[in-house]
Write a protein that binds this ligand. Structure first.
Ligand code: SF4
Ligand code: SF4
Length: 340
């Protein structure tokens, strides 16, 4: 992250605003991925899930999203779901409107349908495609968004592949290497991000990594990034996987990102996972990315995190007094809507 981007975010925090916004623009998805957190029964807290909300479509969705965007004026916006491509025509209207506002836009999708040709190459627009490992495992979990279909649907685009690492992947040698080799060779691939499976508190799931598997992932990613330039994960970010935040209060990402669900009103808390995520086992790339930024010392002296935390306190006090203003660009990775 550039210093200018940190400063843009800092200004917003001082005004009591969150620089990043994520919107679940639809509750619909044609996939039924095992372990999808968006459809967990307690995603929205108090036993409410995404399917319990009413959502919009057509002009009402377009107007509703733009109203929210104009209200919060984020530097960075993620459109997730469900799958945002369910609202394909509405996306066609929203994308230019949002980009024209100077906002960096990310669309998180399974790429179950074709990305429109007119969206290719637009500056400050990033399609993040969720890919659950190598083809045999992915295709079982993500039909109809199989490898074959994804490769067809992203033709002519440059996408980011996002893969959530599970314990099952770590049981097979060189799994991450094989993943990088396959996707690095695809001309449509711009970059790859990895997260690590994040459980809810109390979960006992086969996807959860043991401490030694987590350590091995960190070592492998540090090594893979030297061989695969498309692995877009700085060393400082990868090392943060060893010390995830212990609570949402410690998580810079959660504290600087507002997540709205499909009725465009309900907030998903404490972060995009909803429910009661186990922060101490967090593997969210966005959380680690911002933790790495927070660990960075401005001028080699003052940790950005200390400035952010002080600013969050000040921002809370001044939010009601200062006007919102000045969109800019803060490019921060935001977690995919899905994890296996
Ligand atoms: S992103 Fe991770 S660390 Fe941050 S609140 Fe969510 S689970 Fe906790
Ligand atoms: S993980 Fe994403 S693609 Fe899969 S069912 Fe959930 S919302 Fe749909």
């Amino acid at each position: 992250m550039r210093t200018s981007e940190v400063l843009h975010a800092w200004k917003k925090i001082l005004r009591g605003e969150k620089p990043s916004l994520s919107i679940e623009i639809t509750r619909e998805c044609p996939l039924r991925c095992p372990g999808c957190y968006a459809y967990a029964p307690s995603h929205l807290g108090e036993g409410r899930g995404l399917r319990d909300l009413s959502d919009s479509k057509g002009q009402s969705l377009v107007d509703g999203v733009l109203e929210v965007v104009d209200k919060y004026r984020p530097l960075h916006l993620s459109l997730v779901g469900g799958d945002p491509l369910v609202r394909y025509r509405e996306l066609g209207q929203l994308i230019p409107e949002i980009l024209n506002r100077g906002i960096h836009l990310q669309v998180v999708t399974s790429a179950f349908r074709q990305l429109a040709p007119e969206w290719a190459g637009l500056p400050h627009l990033n399609f993040v495609v969720s890919i659950d490992g190598l083809q045999p495992e992915h295709d079982v979990r993500r039909t109809p968004a199989t490898y074959e279909r994804i490769l067809k649907n992203i033709k002519g685009h440059k996408i980011t592949a996002h893969c959530t690492i599970t314990a099952q992947m770590m049981q097979r040698p060189n799994y991450l290497d094989d993943f990088m080799r396959f996707w690095s060779a695809q001309p449509e691939l711009n970059k790859v991000w990895f997260s690590i499976f994040t459980p809810q508190v109390g979960d006992q799931l086969p996807e959860m990594l043991s401490p030694s598997e987590r350590t091995r992932v960190i070592g492998e990613l540090l090594e893979l990034r030297e061989r695969y330039p498309k692995l877009d994960m700085p060393k400082g970010l990868i090392r943060q996987f060893a010390t995830p935040p212990h609570t949402p209060q410690d998580c810079v990402f959660a504290r600087t990102t507002r997540v709205l669900s499909a009725d465009l009103r309900s907030e998903v808390a404490p972060c995009q996972f909803g429910g009661t995520p186990d922060c101490a086992s967090c593997g969210c790339i966005a959380s680690m990315g911002l933790a790495a930024v927070a660990a960075h010392k401005l001028g080699g002296l003052i940790p950005v995190g200390a400035i952010f935390k002080a600013s969050l306190r000040m921002g809370g006090a001044t939010a009601a007094q200062l006007p919102a203003k000045s969109p800019g660009q803060l490019v921060m990775p935001v977690k995919s809507h899905s994890q296996p």
